[in-house]
Design a protein around this ligand. Sequence first.
Ligand SMILES: COc1ccc([C@@H]2N[C@@H](C)[C@@H](O)[C@H]2O)cc1
Length: 450
Amino acid sequence: KKDVEYGQYNGLPRQDQAMQKWRENRFGQFIHWGLYAIPGGIWEGKTYPYASEFLRGSAKIATSTWDSLIYQFDIPKYNPKEWAAIAKNMGVKYVTITTKHHEGFCLWPSEYTDFDIENTPYKKDLLREFVDAYTAVGIDVNFYYSVLDWHHPDWRYDIKSDEDRAAFERLKQFTKNQLVELVTRYPEVKGLWFDGTWDNSWKKSGQFSYELEKLLKNKRPGLIVNSRMRADEHGSRHFDSNGILMGDYESGYERRLPNPTDKEVLTRDWECCMTIPENQWGYHKDWSISHVKSPLELIEMLVQCTSQNGNFLLNFGPMGNGDIRPEEREVAKEIGEWMKVNSEAIYGCGPADLEKQDWGYYTYNEKNGKVYMTVFNNPVLGKYKIRLPKSHTLKKASLITKQVESLEIKQISPTDYFIIPDKINNKKPFVIILEIVDRASGKFHQKALT
Ligand SMILES: COc1ccc([C@@H]2N[C@@H](C)[C@@H](O)[C@H]2O)cc1
């Protein structure tokens, strides 16, 4: 065991009400919005296929040129109430918005910089309008904040000199000021999603990030912080030098999911953040340059995350004028239609602790003891195989849509059962609700008490 003074300090997984709500939410909307949405990946008539929020670097644009985009941020179509309605209809329970991305432009009127919404033609506190609109429809609000700040003169990638040290101390103070400002001006905020924390300068600031997390949690009791915020004093990130997760949940799954049978992730809270195109967080004008995931692909990711104790944060990149692009409206509509019928298998659900089968994923709600099977792959066999521990019995299988009272079950061995549907529904992923009794306790299926 290494001695770690600035590693994890609270026991995980957190079981307080705020964290339980975060966990039960399961499905969130990520929003990346900033000056990068104005050029949308195209500069001087050339399309850059890289992530549009990195266009400044990809197109080698001078910082002063980039920063002058602030004068074009008039966002005539910005309509946070409509954004909130789209999110509500999609079925998300929380939202995470970029208050400041790497470019350094702040969506709120910060007293610590002029590079913010106040100095745009829009002028008003866009973030306040956003928080109010989403809160009004019952969606929890979280703030993404990039420590990496390309605009700030005191940002340093590493600390190589006394000058670097002095500059980065100013940057750290600026960072602390802005974060205290955010959790104070917007007390509704439920959590902070840190990014831009991979450089050596921050990895050498373990004590600072430790004390900053504690300060913010004192200011906003219940605040939820992702593991990406922290480095310990040895420069170890996400997990401290003793392998203990820092923050309140693991935020390492970016545009990727764990292996569906990975059991290690079941032991902790985690979240996967995902783009609809291959790799665009900010708005990109041309989505033809990469694969764009279908609603069905995205629904499968949401169900897989839930089945493995993770949350799924799906990204939207609003346009430079504040409108939501048609492709994202369509995704929200189709996912919302599926969630209207099947969200019982997602909200408040987690792993079922049953052996995964090829037809899809199990999720489990420990409050009602129900196990949900979400079917994505119809077996050629025409029957869905279930394998239970010997002490369990499959009592009943029914469609969440209640089209039929119950489905035929055939036990084929002490542990294996077939569910035999009268007809195969292969248009959309569908949910079968299982009632499984543990003969030993006579109770509904309980998660293994580990
Ligand atoms: C390859 O390096 C990076 C650095 C930053 C990112 C940022 N993290 C995502 C959550 C987006 O904010 C993306 O811009 C992605 C890849």
